[in-house]
Design a protein around this ligand. Structure first.
Ligand code: GDP
Length: 216
């Protein structure tokens, strides 16, 4: 193994160990006054409704039922916090899904206010992961969220979900197209991770990317 490969293997192992330990639901914050104290670094997960965010959080934490899969528009307008490690090394923040069809205007407005305020004001937020369905690639509403993150100066990474649903050649094409677009956004990481909660592909790498985001 080269030194670089050895370091990569060490990072994967450190992340595996971290997520094999305690991952605990902390609280649901319907507004900024309900946030937990800002004393642990946070990594936030965003994505269109049904992108596979809950499944990915559960796969990351290696347990089912941690993140609830509820897609009822208007019922998921809160930020859910999960502490990873005891004492906590980091927190996962499950942001409400966006882009659901026929969402009432006030729901969309509330989403914008909550998310915008959190993204702009949270000193402990180290990175956001924006999940994108590998079958569909980036949609207009994803681009809007990317622009929101650019403006809030929150560094973020695009993560393809449900990679098992597309052929390898298709996946490579979507990954390349997504990377090309990421390069046009100021705060986006240039590398696109591909994951499958169903088959486990990319989950170890995603754990490492989460841990790396909070390391000094
Ligand atoms: P959320 O609304 O973003 O939290 O999405 P969910 O995690 O509830 O997933 C939405 C749907 O996609 C569910 O039917 C999941 O079973 C399915 N799904 C999620 N991740 C994967 C995956 O990696 N592969 C496959 N084949 N299906 C997935």
């Amino acid at each position: 193994m080269t030194e670089e490969e050895e370091q990569a293997a060490e990072r994967l192992e450190a992340a595996r160990r971290l997520f094999a330990g305690p991952v605990d639901f902390m609280l649901s914050a319907p507004g900024l006054q309900h946030l937990p104290s800002a004393d642990v670094p946070e990594v936030a997960f965003a994505g269109r409704s049904n992108v596979g965010k809950s499944s990915l959080l559960n796969a990351l934490a290696n347990r089912s039922g941690l993140a609830r899969t509820s897609n009822t528009p208007g019922r998921t307008q809160e930020l859910n916090f999960f502490a990873v490690g005891a004492p906590p090394v980091l927190r996962l923040v499950d942001m409400p899904g966006y882009g659901f069809a026929e969402a009432p205007k006030d729901v969309v407005r509330r989403w914008r206010f909550l998310v915008n305020d959190y993204l702009r004001g949270r000193v402990t937020l180290k990175r956001a992961l924006v999940l994108v369905d590998a079958r569909h690639g980036l949609k207009e509403v994803d681009r809007e969220v990317m622009t929101l993150l650019d403006r809030a100066a929150v560094s973020y990474r695009l993560v393809l979900t449900k990679a098992d649903k597309v052929k390898a050649t298709e996946l490579a094409a979507v990954q390349a197209a997504t990377a090309a677009e990421a390069r046009t956004h100021a705060a986006a990481h240039p590398d696109i991770l591909a994951t499958s909660s169903a088959k486990g592909g990319g989950i170890a790498e995603l754990r490492a990317a989460v841990l790396e985001a909070v390391e000094p």
